[in-house]
Design a protein around this ligand. Structure first.
Ligand code: ADP
Ligand code: TYD
Length: 211
């Protein structure tokens, strides 16, 4: 049986990576075979791309950025995600195509048609079965990002984006929940790690139980 594909989304500092680790741990304790991964950087090529176009101070053209996220995704889908799903595993990815819709679409200003075409090419139409969107006020996310310990993070170009950029990104994510409410679930991520974890686990549990 094909596995399940779950993605975690949110603006930078929303706490999604913390929650991903916790949920993956819960599922493994329950006996599920879980693969955790991330975009960009879920494959060896993706890690090199990530360093080259994200963890750099070099100016990167928005079109190059759009296509490089897509290149990372195509490699990731074909060599990691699809094979794992074919083996019946649960794949949880820290970000996927909705991030391109939000960051390159609303953030950088590419029109939806272009963004959706690029996403379709990169993913070959593979969509998540469930997406958790960790929603948090921009100011709070910035505080969390700034309070990260140095060992927790490598600086990337997105860290210097403005509040207006992140507001557009957040609104684009919220728009997805309107068109795909069943797949794309919003979690209030403003509370403590334990509170957010409880809500996320509830949604994932109900989903896996097929209710
Ligand atoms: P993201 O992956 O969304 O960028 P992280 O999970 O890396 O976010 O969290 C960013 C920072 O905020 C980390 O230092 C993390 O320990 C901290 N953090 C995560 N969740 C919470 C929370 N609910 N309350 C307070 N701090 C949090
Ligand atoms: P990362 O450190 O993984 O994000 P986070 O701070 O949430 O842990 O950095 C990835 C950055 O790339 C993040 O700012 C979001 C951005 N991004 C896009 O702009 N488009 C995309 O398609 C993806 C996958 C990420």
């Amino acid at each position: 049986m094909r596995g399940k594909f779950i993605t975690f989304e949110g603006i930078d500092g929303s706490g999604k990576s913390t929650q991903l680790r916790l949920i993956a741990g819960d599922l493994r304790v329950r006996g599920f075979d879980v693969l955790t991964t991330l975009q960009p950087g879920g494959t060896p090529l993706g890690r090199r791309l990530r360093e080259a176009f994200l963890e750099t101070e070099e100016q990167v053209h928005p079109m190059a950025e759009l296509l490089l996220f897509a290149a990372d995704r195509a490699q990731h889908v074909n060599f990691l995600i699809k094979p794992a799903l074919a083996e019946g595993r649960i794949v949880i990815s820290d970000r996927y195509a909705d991030a391109t819709f939000a960051y390159q679409g609303a953030g950088r200003g590419f029109d939806e048609k272009t963004v959706n075409q690029v996403i379709k090419l990169a993913t070959d139409g593979l969509k998540p079965d469930l997406t958790l969107f960790f929603d948090i006020p921009i100011e709070k996310a910035i505080l969390r990002t700034n309070s990260r310990a140095d060992h927790e993070t490598v600086k990337n170009r997105m860290d210097s984006e403005t509040t207006e950029f992140y507001t557009r990104v957040r609104e684009a994510y919220l728009k997805i929940s309107k068109t795909e409410p069943k797949r794309f679930r919003i979690i209030d991520a403003g509370g403590s790690i334990e509170e957010v974890h409880r809500k996320a686990l509830e949604i994932v549990t109900v989903f896996l139980n097929g209710k």
